[in-house]
Design a protein around this ligand. Structure first.
Ligand code: GLY
Length: 570
């Protein structure tokens, strides 16, 4: 059992308010989580990932080269969270063009998939089918995304950028607490797959101990294939054949054509002005950007600063704005290639003003009062990294295989763990996913559709100059964790480390709970919130914000002190 010691720690914000924040596991030094540097900055959930990414920037690579290095490295270093068997999103601020790009390499439903494929004969959802095993796997997009983005913007040769990940996979790294926890949690799946079993379990079939070497030799060979052949090394040839034959042998539906036909997409980021800053985030098929912006804009005209961070009123309003945003999520969000998603209406100032007026209630609004349709569910894995370079470019990328070790299916002989992203679709209107998010009609399964995501890679500009890049793992909680970090830094003017480390809350309409993570709010604040009608539960939210903020000069990087990541610059 891994224990993370959480101490309550107070910091003063301004001269009047004291805020409680989390402190790291004492085995880690504080300097690991906060760095200040003049030129380049990297914040990721992996120590080896951050170091290799910074190295490529120092040795002449550009920020997209660094993005490619970080993506492959974190795939190896956090196999429980992400990998080449998954997908993700990239927000990229190109300083010379003063433009923010959004790239979508989210997984797609196989052509043979259909709405209702996870329902039993009597029509009830069977969540296990969309979470574990071959039917849970959607067509992976990560390698296509990395390859095509590198072709467009990269500088150093592709193969050079994969080399550090091949070395890490081959030489291994020491098992760490989060990985150990995930192995224990998914032991039943890993034990059932001979390839996965030899990597993550010991000779006695038990989870590898903390500190044991995690060696992924077959993954190293697959990465070599991709290094030589580019994306064809994944989507065609022996790797593709192995993915498909493994899945089909288990009666899954993914075909070689699904892999060959996978398409990465460039999209227009969602954006809004908030407190004079320009916020850019991921558009649909992620719900993240729309709802991060909705939450902030609903709160903008209420004077939260005066109420004080972690005050009853500020927490009440923040929870109410989260609740409203999640109601919209369940009704309006889906893959824009298949369904009309009214993004501009959802971000329209007049609409947000109306919502803002509605959240200013004395008592908490009950979920049923907002219930327009039956609601469906969502997981806590995934990873995020942020990068800044000396030219002022920014990268924010969130990547995932969805749940811990995805579907638990490893393509034979390849070391690739395949995602369980099919669970991010709604099995039926009103059904719940791994994250208990309510599924709406617009997120029902269709062949080649992308499942709705909550991933919220976000970039903020101030006076047309880079100001912040951030994001987080943890399913639906990503949206509220990213919004709260921005709120802390911008509205409450807290330093970046405290903005990230402060106690977080989460409200997602259904279930109708106000979740509060340790270190909890003061007993007085929590009992007043209860009197207002909030149904409080104490729960781990699983976010791990990786953020970078502009300093003058240079950058500050913060890796969430709840985790084992690393912020490092030069
Ligand atoms: N699989 C988690 C998400 O995309 O939000």
């Amino acid at each position: 059992m891994v224990k993370v010691l959480l101490l309550i720690f107070f910091v003063s914000v301004g001269c009047t308010h004291r805020v409680n924040i989390v402190t790291p596991d004492p085995t880690y030094s504080k300097s690991r989580f906060e760095a200040i540097a003049q030129n380049n900055m990297v914040a990721s959930q992996g120590e080896a990932t951050t170091k290799a990414t910074l190295e490529v920037l120092k040795s002449g690579g550009n920020i997209i080269d660094a993005f490619v290095v970080a993506s492959f490295m974190i795939s190896v270093e956090r196999p429980q969270s992400t990998g080449i068997g998954g997908g993700g999103f990239l927000l990229y601020y190109n300083r010379s063009e003063n433009k923010v790009y959004a790239f979508d390499f989210r997984e797609m439903a196989p052509v043979l998939s259909k709405s209702g494929m996870f329902l039993s004969k009597n029509g009830s959802p069977q969540p296990l089918l969309s979470q574990e095993g071959p039917l849970a796997v959607a067509t992976p997009g990560l390698v296509a995304g990395l390859f095509e983005i590198h072709q467009k913007f990269g500088k150093l040769p592709w193969g050079e950028l994969i080399a550090p990940a091949i070395k890490l996979a081959r030489e291994g790294f020491a098992n760490y607490p989060h990985l150990s926890l995930a192995i224990t949690d998914r032991k039943h799946l890993l034990a059932a797959d001979p390839d996965a079993k030899k990597i993550f379990l010991d000779g006695a079939g038990q989870p590898r101990a903390l500190g044991d070497l995690i060696i992924q030799e077959e993954l190293a060979r697959t990465l070599e294939e991709i290094s030589i052949k580019g994306k064809d090394g994944f989507y065609k040839g022996k790797v593709a054949k192995s993915i498909v034959s493994t899945i089909q042998a288990k009666r899954g539906i993914l075909t070689e054509k699904d892999l060959r036909d996978y398409k990465m997409k460039e999209r227009l980021p969602v954006s809004a002005t908030y407190k004079g800053l320009k916020i850019f985030s991921m558009p649909p098929p992620s719900s993240g950007g729309v709802h991060v912006i909705q939450i902030l804009k609903m709160l903008e005209k209420h004077n939260l600063k005066k109420m004080g961070p972690q005050s009853v009123e500020a927490v009440h309003l923040t929870a109410q704005s989260m609740q409203r945003a999640f109601l919209d999520r369940s009704i309006y969000l889906g893959d824009p290639d298949f369904t009309d998603v009214p993004v501009s209406k959802l971000l329209d100032q007049k609409y947000l003003n109306e919502l803002s007026d509605k959240i200013k209630t004395v008592k908490a609004i009950k979920a049923e009062e907002l219930k327009l349709i039956p609601i469906p569910k969502e997981s806590s894995e995934t990873t995020h990294f942020s990068i800044a370079d000396s030219d002022g470019n920014l990268v924010a990328s969130t990547q995932t295989i969805n749940g811990w070790f995805g579907s638990g299916v490893m393509a034979k002989g390849t070391g690739i763990i395949l995602n369980n992203e099919m669970d991010d679709f709604a099995q039926q209107v009103g059904a719940l996913n791994l994250f208990s998010a309510v599924g709406g009609e617009k997120n029902l399964i269709q062949p080649k559709k992308r499942p709705l995501s909550s991933m919220s890679p976000t970039i903020i500009l101030k006076n047309n100059s880079p100001y912040m890049a951030l994001g987080s793992p943890s399913g639906t909680r990503i949206i509220t964790c990213v919004a709260q970090t921005i709120l802390n830094a911008v509205e409450f003017e807290m330093p970046l480390l405290e903005s990230v480390a402060a106690t977080r809350i989460h409200q997602q309409w259904q279930p109708d709970k106000l979740k509060i993570e340790a270190p909890y709010l003061s007993p007085k604040v929590e009992s007043e919130l209860k009197l207002k009608g909030h149904d409080i539960v104490h729960e781990k939210l699983g976010c791990s914000i990786q953020a970078i903020q502009k300093m003058n000069p240079g950058w500050k990087g913060v890796s969430d002190p709840r985790g084992e990541g690393l912020a490092l610059g030069n």
